[in-house]
Design a protein around this ligand. Structure first.
Ligand code: SF4
Length: 348
């Protein structure tokens, strides 16, 4: 079953298109000091390997901005500069060759400076994401953070750019409150056709953050809202990419790497299935092929599930029976299950 998506404009970000009918892209943000170029490039390379399509870096000052060109020249995915308050950082980032800016024109305040950014961004075909966060909404103007306040704040920023004849825009309206985020995007979807960058901001550490992101982003995607996804976790950013793909795969919106199906185990299990599954999950991270792998604990549901997957194993007492494309292959002792599955997957 296919989820119909909201019609959105397409926006070119380096070699990637966000919006239109393009696949929903996955992005992340580095957690290194941007001025530490080798560490930042190393982290971006890890993100590229995990399947990240766009990466954002913080640009807190001019020395960070001056490192962007060096970073850009060593990576293969579009680079986004995250800018606040100082328009000169945005201008420097554009001249350093970034592929996109993320800013809140509202916190730059001066319309002349915003128009300077628009002028330069237009000259170099650099789109701008207006990233409104519940934490950065002007509390003097909006006393309560409501969906309407987030949308009004975004619309003010959008108008600032549109008044400069700039329409290469992507919008995000993030909050850590999930119902607030959902309502805000819903409201915004009736007002503009700019592509949506979606996410649940400050979602938390890996376990709770992944669940909260899964719920929030999952609901938005199931409503057809979202052209690019960023999961925000207090964790290695590579985890953000894996989580984002897992969410997209769960809704059949993208296939990326292996989808691992495993049973919860019960009193019938006669192998150490948790050990097998965790070890396999780690090893499968390097596999880019879109495969479904099933690991089942017994013969009750095991053969059925395992045979529906591209490859699977149904375990018995200390052994596993391998299935490939629905056909039983052979039995292996439990200590060999992970290695044998990996060998078979690599052959596929
Ligand atoms: S597949 Fe078998 S072992 Fe796994 S939960 Fe179901 S009945 Fe239990």
């Amino acid at each position: 079953m296919c989820i119909p998506r909201r019609d959105s404009m397409s926006v070119k970000v380096g070699n990637l298109i966000i919006g239109g009918n393009q696949p929903i892209s996955v992005q992340s943000m580095t957690k290194t000091d941007t001025r530490d170029v080798p560490a930042t490039v190393y982290q971006i390379k890890q993100l590229e390997d995990a399947g990240c399509s766009i990466v954002r870096v913080a640009v807190p000052d001019i020395s960070a901005a001056k490192c962007l060109g060096q970073i850009r020249s060593q990576i293969n995915i579009p680079l986004v500069a995250d800018i606040h308050f100082d328009y000169r950082l945005a201008i420097e980032a554009i001249h350093q060759g970034v592929d996109k800016l993320r800013l809140n024109p509202g916190n730059i305040k001066d319309t002349e400076k915003v128009s300077l950014i628009c002028y330069e961004a237009k000259k170099f075909n650099i789109p701008i994401r207006i990233g409104v966060n519940s934490g950065s909404v002007d509390r003097k103007r909006f006393h309560e953070i409501t969906p309407q306040a987030l949308v009004d704040s975004a619309m003010e920023h959008i108008r600032l750019l549109e008044e400069c004849d700039f329409t290469d825009i992507i919008v995000s309206l993030k909050a850590s409150n999930i119902p607030l985020t959902i309502e805000s995007y819903k409201l915004m979807s009736g007002m503009v056709t700019y592509p949506f960058h979606i996410g649940i901001t400050e979602a938390g550490p890996i376990r709770t953050g992944s669940i909260r992101s899964g719920v929030g982003i999952g609901i938005l995607l199931s409503m057809g809202l979202g052209d690019t996804v960023r999961v925000s976790l207090t964790a290695d950013p590579v985890e953000e990419v894996y989580t984002a793909y897992e969410i997209l795969q769960s809704l059949n919106l993208r296939r990326h790497g292996v989808q691992l199906v495993s049973c919860p185990t019960c009193g019938r299990t006669e192998v150490d299935l948790q050990k097998i599954v965790y070890s396999l999950e780690d090893k499968l991270r390097i596999i880019k092929k879109p495969l479904c792998v099933a690991v089942m604990g017994c013969v009750v549901n095991g053969p059925g599930e395992a045979s529906e997957a591209d490859i699977g194993v149904a375990c018995g007492k200390g052994v596993g029976l391998l299935f490939k494309k629905g056909m039983p292959l052979y039995k292996v002792p439990q200590e060999r299950i992970v290695d044998v599955l990996m060998e078979e997957i690599e052959k596929m």
